[in-house]
Design a protein around this ligand. Structure first.
Ligand code: F6R
Length: 242
């Protein structure tokens, strides 16, 4: 595991974007695993800026997102497909058909999980996976206690996650109760993994995940076992990691 210490969120985003852009330059048809949430937004902004300057070309890049809420249409204001369009895809030259997000409206969610696993496989696997981490150590929607050996699957969201996401919906009742997520196994099969983490509120979980034992109660702790894992954090998030 490699750790890059950044001054602040902007610096963290630039460092992560540097790693991703180097990957795209070296392998123009890179398969990128992508995340939503506040952590990677600055990384996407930096990549967009470099694209607009002419330094990056996404024409051949393929993407697979980690997760999507069950029951939300792709254009719902809180769907992860919409998040990715607004925060990244609409601003770069990636063909829409090269971008993959689980279909939250699939009538048979289990079949959708199987289809998504096949999509990842047919792309030849993930070259580089970008991750954020929840306050309880979740990655994707893999909540504490989930088995490490799962691929894409349907999850029941915990009260903790429903509570954390309620601020984005009109009321708590509107927060979906289920989601589709790539599993820990799918994530661990990526060639390289980059996690962005910022803020003092993440310092305790950063220590638990990366200086503590590898346990399903802290899903991100498994990343310690990945041969090519890069943690890019700002000083506040890394303050309790020795
Ligand atoms: C979203 C995802 C989640 C987030 C996590 C952290 O696609 O994978 O695991 O990375 O909830 O969210 P933020 O970055 O908003 O703190």
């Amino acid at each position: 595991m490699q750790v890059y210490v950044a001054e602040n969120y902007t610096d963290m985003s630039r460092k992560a974007a540097n790693i991703l852009s180097a990957q795209v330059i070296l392998k123009p048809d890179t398969v990128m695993g992508l995340a939503t949430g506040s952590s990677p937004v600055g990384t996407y902004q930096q990549l967009i800026e470099w694209y607009k300057k002419g330094d990056l070309d996404f024409a051949q890049v393929r993407t697979v997102n980690l997760d999507e809420y069950a029951g939300l249409a792709p254009d719902h204001s809180q769907s992860y497909r919409r998040f990715m369009q607004e925060n990244f895809f609409d601003h770069i030259n990636i063909p829409r058909e090269n971008t993959h997000v689980p279909n939250g409206l699939a009538p048979d969610l289990e079949a959708e999980c199987r289809r998504y696993n096949q999509v990842i496989q047919s792309l030849g696997g993930i070259d580089i996976q970008l991750l954020g981490m929840g306050h309880n150590g979740h990655i994707g929607f893999n909540e504490p206690g989930q088995a490490f050996e799962l691929e894409t699957h349907v999850v029941d969201l915990t009260d903790n996650t429903i509570e954390a996401n309620a601020r984005f919906f009109a009321s708590r009742d509107e927060v979906p109760r289920h989601a589709i997520t790539m599993g820990i196994k799918s994530i661990m099969q990526a060639q390289r993994i980059v996690m962005v983490v910022s803020g003092a509120d993440k310092a305790d979980i950063v220590r638990a995940a990366f200086a503590g034992p590898v346990v399903p109660q802290v899903p991100a702790s498994i990343l310690q076992m990945h041969p090519n894992f890069i943690l890019v954090g700002d000083k506040d998030a890394l303050s309790k990691l020795r």
